[in-house]
Design a protein around this ligand. Structure first.
Ligand code: CA
Length: 234
């Protein structure tokens, strides 16, 4: 997992809650704060989405079909995904709260809750840095330094500008999946109306030049209609 580089509300949230009305209401509350939220209504899908590593925080219900929230957070921590998790519970017993925190959740909230409480807790969670702080991301022969924004390959190194860094960070955080232009636009440009898919293409092109410059065997592959993925060229 990577360090949180943003203050305030998270950029991307995952909501795992099988009460659809509540799940959709949470997404709406988050969207009003500028947070992009993906939603799923069952445990196994929630786990696989959470493992993508592209979320800044996860709102996770305890009682879920397929796999309960405690199991989801345990599996996530076992897979070394340290994304902050806010557990939702309908129960109020201390034992359940303790179980949630023991399982690896960062905080819990009892339903029903006020909008302001949800927002305050999410802000607090994403400001906190996890116990597992990784200062760099690696893929193939590339290392991205999250502090200096340098991209290294062996002894060669190149500095990435703000948006180049954010695009590369997202690609390197999501190496198991394709990152769509839409995801990049939402995350890096934050829904800025002046930005378009052309902006994404331009930055990917800058990054390709820089990856080439450090003579890496990694390439940014374009998957038509889908987006981008990092690959190592044999
Ligand atoms: Ca539930």
């Amino acid at each position: 997992m990577y360090r949180y580089l943003w203050e305030g509300m998270p950029m991307n949230a995952l909501v795992v809650e099988d009460e659809r009305n509540l799940a959709d209401a949470i997404c709406k509350i988050l969207a009003d704060e500028g947070t992009r939220a993906d939603v799923t209504y069952d445990g196994p899908t929630g786990l696989s989405m959470a493992k993508s590593g592209m979320y800044d925080c996860i709102v996770l219900d305890v009682m879920l079909p397929g796999m309960d929230g405690l199991e989801v957070v345990r599996e996530l921590r076992r897979a070394n995904v340290s994304t902050p998790v806010l557990m939702l519970t309908a129960r109020t017993s201390t034992a359940d709260k303790v179980t949630g925190l023991d399982a690896g959740a960062d905080d819990y909230m009892t339903k029903p809750f006020e909008t302001e409480e949800l927002l305050a807790r999410l802000r607090a969670l994403t400001r906190r840095t996890g116990d597992v702080i990784i200062e760099e991301l690696k893929f193939g022969d590339l290392t991205l330094d999250l502090t200096t924004h340098d991209l290294r390959c062996g002894t060669r190194s190149v500095h990435l500008s703000g948006k180049e860094f954010e695009v590369m960070q997202m690609l390197m955080s999501s190496t198991s999946r394709v990152v769509s232009k839409r995801d990049l636009l939402n995350r890096v440009w934050g829904g800025n109306a002046d930005a378009s898919e052309n902006s994404v293409e331009a930055y990917v092109s800058f990054l390709r030049k820089k990856i080439n410059h450090v003579q890496s065997t990694v390439q940014i592959t374009t998957l038509r209609m889908l987006g981008y993925r990092l690959e190592v060229i044999e």
